[in-house]
Ligand binder design. Structure first.
Ligand code: DAK
Length: 258
């Protein structure tokens, strides 16, 4: 996993895309390394992931333009599928994934951040889908996820005009939840991940599943998904523990993911 490092701090896993010479651009190897790094995550002990980029300048500056420049239609489609499969894996990953966006998040970088559950960024972050200026469409989910996150009109303007936006504008349109000075970004991401990790893991995972699946269907179907997932929490150790702690006025809770 040469281009992606994986560290664990307590119940939080930190994935870092590490190809700073190319501003962490995603070539096939980086994508494969990211996929392999996800295989390493021990879901019994890790309860939240952070995804960030190495260096102080870039989260991910996009898919690798050099690698894409000579692709045939078949190869381009295969490259898009490779990225999409991994981004869908992140989106559906059982535990929450926080993107800590430390600079450029362009093209595939913006798309990667959008496959995460929550986006935090540094003041020097820049977002955009510049693909139409390169003669292609966004290919790792940008035409689908941006509109779902910021709404149709804003997404269409950003994509059609290939407009890059800074952190304050990304915050204003709801693309990121919070903006921090660069040196405070990772500590803030770890703090949030730690807060998530202290809650009942089964319940947190179930919320992720219910929100994600519910966003794709009608409200009636979504509510039915929630009912089923809610019901399944009962009789778990963590439900008994969470409610017992409240009734016994205990602050400490021993959640076990069971
Ligand atoms: N790919 C490859 N190399 C990149 C790169 C990228 N996306 N971005 C930066 N680099 C490399 C530069 O080539 C340079 O390498 P050397 O020349 O030093 O060897 C090094 O990183 C440093 O970059 P700069 O010298 O340009 O640094 P600056 O600070 O001056 O500028 C920049 C930073 C981010 C503004 C600039 O590098 C830039 O504009 N980069 C390209 C950003 C971009 O257009 N990103 C979107 C890429 S398109 C699809 C699948 C996927 C996609 C689409 C379709 N299908 C299969 C259908 C996704 C597309 C994209 O992501």
């Amino acid at each position: 996993m040469g281009y992606v490092t994986y560290e664990v701090e307590g119940a939080v896993g930190i994935l870092t895309i590490d190809r700073p010479k190319a501003l962490n651009a995603l070539n096939s190897e980086v994508l494969e390394d990211l996929n392999a790094a996800l295989d390493q995550v021990d879901l019994d002990t890790v309860r939240c992931l952070i995804l960030t980029g190495a260096g102080e300048k870039s989260f991910v500056a996009g898919a690798d333009i050099g690698e894409m420049s000579d692709l045939s239609v078949a190869e381009g489609t295969a490259f898009g599928k490779k990225g999409n499969d991994i981004f869908l894996r992140i989106e559906k990953f059982p535990i929450p994934v926080i993107a800590a966006i430390n600079g450029f998040a362009l093209g595939g970088g913006c798309e990667l951040s959008m496959s995460c559950d929550i986006r935090l960024c540094s003041e020097n972050a820049m977002f955009g889908q510049p693909e139409v200026g390169l003669g292609i469409t966004p290919g790792f989910g940008g035409t689908q996820r941006l509109a779902r996150i910021v709404g149709l009109g804003v997404a269409k303007e950003l994509i059609y005009a290939a407009t890059n936006i800074k952190a304050d504008e990304a915050y204003r349109i709801g693309l990121v939840n919070h903006v921090y000075p660069l040196e405070e970004l990772l500590p803030a991401a770890k703090k949030l991940a730690g807060k998530i990790a202290r809650n009942a893991p089964i319940a947190v995972r179930s919320c992720k599943k219910a929100i994600n699946e519910g966003m794709q269907v009608s409200i009636d179907e979504g509510v039915a998904i929630e009912e089923e997932i809610f019901g399944k929490c009962f009789e778990t150790h963590d439900q008994k523990e969470g409610m017992s702690a409240f009734l016994e006025k205990r602050k400490e809770k021993n959640f076990t993911n069971n």
